[in-house]
Ligand binder design. Sequence first.
Ligand code: ZN
Ligand code: ZN
Length: 271
Amino acid sequence: MDIKQNLHTHSIYCDGKDTPEEMVQTALAKGYESIGFSGHSYVFYSDYAGITMERQNAYVEEIHRLKQAYGHRIRIYLGLEVDIYAQLDLGIFDYLIGSMHYMKLGEEYVSFDDGPQEVRTVIDRYFGGDGNAYVKEYFRQLAELPKHGKFDIIGHFDLISKHVERSELFDYDSDDYLDWATQTAEALLPHIPYFEVNTGAMARGYRTTPYPSPRITRMLKELGFRAVITTDCHDATKLDWGLAEAKALLESAGFREHYVLTDDGFRGVKL
Ligand SMILES: [Zn+2]
Ligand SMILES: [Zn+2]
């Protein structure tokens, strides 16, 4: 029997639309057994979505309150989507998604997923217009994720491809692209064997397919990674957006199961 769970959700404590309580109520209405909150972490290099350390603390308090209030009806997990360079003390969380939303280029922390125009500017300014050099650097830095924290799930492994459907920023189908991604996956596997199939960019209209791409998902399967299905939800009405596509992607890549978080750690569930 399938287990309905979503471990990648955002609320008004970062850039989501709804309160955590509204999301819990939506999850209950949709028959979820559990929900995990993964608010964006505070980062010292950006005031993205107004997330201060105080705000992160208020978020933690609110999820604890909801665990008390709703714990008899739904399991609630306190997570965080942590930026690779956040440098936070993370011991209080039930689980952590490690994501790279900023690259460190020289002494700067550079955002690169806002839109095709931002990506183009980053490629021109920092990589002399060479889109492949940009890709190579993304995967080089992502491979170092385990050095920056004890993460449970790799967030949107190929985030770099977010805007390639709409703009020719680099050669997404090249063998080099797959090679760089594979080297990074090999470096990550011993430390973080869980990746997410993430439909968030579909829900928000940036992409027509989930992350990762079919080719990358097959590669992750061949290496032995385990899949967690998430919707990177920023809007409670789309809590379960694209689940059929996510499962189809996993099945076509050879996966027979996906993983859900329980009180005793991750557990495999048949697709
Ligand atoms: Zn993210
Ligand atoms: Zn997210």
